[in-house]
Write a protein that binds this ligand. Structure first.
Ligand SMILES: [Cu+2]
Length: 375
């Protein structure tokens, strides 16, 4: 079941966050209030049931219609359980899992558990480690989750270019056996995929990608996963440095050195990189976390990112809900999103001037150029 992205959702999410913050403040004595357990943000997780000692999930591959942006017509994709990406599989190290895979495509397929070391017969390479799962058939995968907590993926492993290229993949997360996992304030899955010329994060392109709503001092984890069959994505975070904490599910230990700290993280196809980010941007405000291959921040009709000209692609807005001007930020972004949804703004057209005027009025309360932002 896909989440419905409603018009003005930026406003809804942002104001909900703002309300939550206000609520905390109003309670009084908020200082020292313990944070809730890590909040998880990402694609919908698979439903898990129990059979004997096994945790059980069901995956069904099929073709269905999917909207990359809520203001565009749905297009046909191939995926698992009628969602892009497929449901996130989320287990603990040591779990015994049983995955019923049913193939409702009109061609053979299999599923590969990418990055997890499983018995060879469960590795999911069609015609090499198992017979192809034919249309209408079900194959049962069973294996123990290895003791390697981290971020992984799963994907089809037959006719790969077409099957993965149309969407047959998902995220696979493994928590430590004791369930404890770093104590981050937020845990985000940033699942990158290209389908039919659309550059997607969590199955959507900007402006239908959910923003990160943070507070100063938060530490967030972002689990970056690149499932695209071809493209590399240098993910660039304005205003923040990130610290790599894991690659391909393997924790990066200090080892006397310093963990890689950078501003742009290159994620290759088939790779996962987890980063931790301390949210301490100067003046709080709103920042972009986006792919720096500029053609990946364009829609299929070739308009590249400028907040007024944005036309899609791999852009995650990040906004501090405790900014003094948070309501102005929300208004400006909402105006930008709404103006581009009217069919896109073309440079040189009257639309652009009008849209920029509209945004300028929304940004009236934001710091003027040259004004040092308050910390
Ligand atoms: Cu990219």
């Amino acid at each position: 079941m896909k989440r419905r992205w409603i018009a003005g959702s930026w406003l809804v999410i942002a104001l909900a966050a703002f309300a939550a913050v206000s609520l905390t403040v109003n309670r009084g004595g908020g200082a020292g209030t313990a944070d809730a357990a890590t909040q998880y943000f990402g694609p919908k997780e698979a439903d898990v049931t129990q059979e004997e000692d096994y945790k059980v999930v069901h995956l069904t591959s099929s073709k269905f219609m999917w909207q990359f942006r809520d203001d565009q017509e749905p297009v046909e994709v191939w995926g698992y359980n009628n969602q892009i990406p497929g449901p996130t599989l989320h287990f603990r190290a040591g779990d015994k899992v049983r995955i019923y895979y049913r193939n409702d495509l009109d061609e053979a397929s299999t599923v590969h558990w990418h990055g997890l070391i499983v018995p060879n017969s469960m590795d999911g390479v069609g015609l090499l480690t198992q017979p192809p799962v034919m249309p209408g058939e079900t194959f049962v995968y069973e294996f123990d989750i290895p003791n390697t907590p981290g971020t992984f993926m799963y994907h089809a492993h037959m006719n790969d270019m077409e099957q993965m290229g149309n969407g047959l993949a998902g995220a696979f997360l493994v928590d430590p056996r004791d369930g404890g996992d770093g104590g981050y304030d937020q845990d985000h899955v940033m699942y990158m995929q290209t389908i039919k010329g659309h550059f997607l994060i969590n199955g959507k392109e900007f402006p239908s990608i959910e923003p990160y709503i943070v507070k100063k001092g938060d530490e967030i984890r972002v689990r970056m996963i690149n499932v695209g069959p071809v493209d590399l994505h240098p993910m660039h975070f304005h205003g923040h440095f990130v610290r790599e904490i894991s690659r391909d599910g393997t924790a990066i230990r200090g080892g006397g050195g310093v963990a890689r700290v950078e501003n742009t993280v290159l994620v290759a196809p088939g790779q996962t990189i987890d980063v931790a980010v301390k949210m301490e941007a100067p003046g709080k405000g709103a920042w972009l976390f986006h792919c720096h291959v500029i053609s990946h921040v364009m829609g299929p009709d070739g308009k590249s990112l400028n907040i007024a000209l944005a036309n899609g692609g791999m852009v995650v807005p990040v906004a501090y809900s405790d900014s003094d001007n948070f309501q102005d930020i929300v208004a400006a972004l909402t105006a930008a999103v709404e103006s581009l949804k009217k069919g896109g703004i073309r440079p040189g057209s009257g639309d652009l001037t009008g849209a920029i005027q509209e945004m300028n009025s929304s940004m009236a309360g934001m710091p003027a150029a040259g004004t040092p932002a308050a910390q």
